[in-house]
Write a protein that binds this ligand. Structure first.
Ligand code: ADP
Ligand code: MG
Length: 337
């Protein structure tokens, strides 16, 4: 693309050398990968493409000090998480990169984090764009899902069970420790930080839930917010068992490194934490055995946290049945661990 500035080289290495060195590998599945004006991707009969983009901006989504290998992993992981939420099988991705300078060590580490996760999901990097500018990483993922099986936010039905995968709240715990508003033992922090920097996209679970879940979303902005999107799209409400939600916090349930947090802090972390990249989904109570099978097949822990209701409110219930105000899960509680 024609540039306003005269600079066409990104430091000592040109744009094309950089792409060739770090981001070009033979395509294994795509008809045509990096190097031409367009990539070419065939779609199997009866399937449709599931497409999603997520951008990571330095200072907003990650700290400048983050390990670039972890950043490469996370940039792809947050995108794969969206495909997981749709029940789509990942096929390929595109990478648009804005870099302040060419740092071969940084690029090598970043690309290795990216390739490791791409290989784990057997997907091709088929193209992208590279330019000089503030550090900014935008990935677009492409997946495949049959026309009738995509999991949507709009499918929740009254009476459905509500589930979440894995553990909630770890990433937010790490962020609060970074910010100095919470203090936890080193081992707890390291685990939480690993979860923040190296989230596991629940692709296998999303695939296993096709034909079982009525609705799903991935949890990137906190459970309450993302479940709220599902409820709104489905025109329903929910009653949530907050004790079950709090039980998903890894650091208070891990016998190796038990820590004490007030229930208020546990709820703030798990209900409103963000950056979890777990799935929240609904399924009919008739499907409980099938959900257990999906959990086993995908080796993903699931917790049943509530029920879909006809009344359009999101009600938080305590263990004793009392209704909790939403402020109970607010960020103030991070100040009182
Ligand atoms: P154009 O000038 O047509 O926009 P580019 O010169 O930007 O094409 O890119 C050349 C080729 O390199 C294209 O196939 C493009 O998809 C690919 N590409 C550019 N940047 C990246 C990147 N960061 N990762 C992977 N492929 C890239
Ligand atoms: Mg270009």
């Amino acid at each position: 693309m024609l540039m306003l500035a005269t600079e066409v080289m990104l430091g000592f290495m040109g744009e094309f050398d950089l792409i060739e060195t770090f981001f070009k590998r033979p395509a294994r599945h795509a008809t045509l990968g990096v190097g031409d004006d367009c990539a070419l991707l065939a779609v199997a009969p009866g399937q449709q493409l599931a497409i999603s983009s997520d951008m990571l901006v330095e200072g907003r989504h990650f700290l400048s000090t983050v390990n670039p290998r972890h950043l490469g992993h996370k940039a792809l992981a947050v995108n794969l998480s969206d495909l997981a939420a749709c029940g789509a099988k990942p096929k390929a991705f595109m990478l648009a990169l804005s870099l302040p300078q060419v740092d071969p060590h940084w690029l090598s580490e970043f690309s290795q984090g990216l390739w490791a996760l791409a290989d784990a999901h057997d997907i091709d990097l088929i193209g992208g764009d590279t330019t000089r500018g503030p550090l900014n990483i935008c990935i677009t993922v492409l997946g495949e899902v049959s026309a009738t099986q995509a999991l949507l936010r709009s499918g929740a039905q009254v009476g459905d069970d509500i589930y979440v995968s894995g553990h909630l709240g770890d990433a937010r715990l790490a962020l609060e420790v970074f910010r100095g508003s919470m203090k936890v033992p080193e081992a707890v922090f390291e685990h939480a930080r690993w979860r923040m920097e190296q989230p596991t996209p629940r692709v296998a679970l999303g695939l296993a839930l096709r034909g079982i879940a009525h609705a799903a979303a991935d949890i990137s902005d906190g459970l309450l917010g993302d479940l709220g999107h599902v409820l709104k799209a489905s025109k329903v409400g929910a009653v949530i068992d907050t004790q079950q939600v709090a039980s998903t916090l890894a650091c208070t349930s891990d016998p190796q490194t038990p820590i004490q947090l007030t229930l208020a802090s546990q709820l703030a972390l798990t209900l409103s934490g963000g950056d979890d990249y777990e799935l929240v989904f609904t399924a009919s109570p008739d499907q409980r055995e099938a959900v257990v099978s999906a959990s086993q097949a995908s080796q993903t822990k699931l917790t049943r946290i509530g029920r879909v209701t006809a009344s359009p409110d999101l009600v938080l219930r305590a263990a004793d049945g009392q209704v909790l105000p939403h402020t109970f899960a607010s960020f103030d509680h991070f100040k009182s661990p």
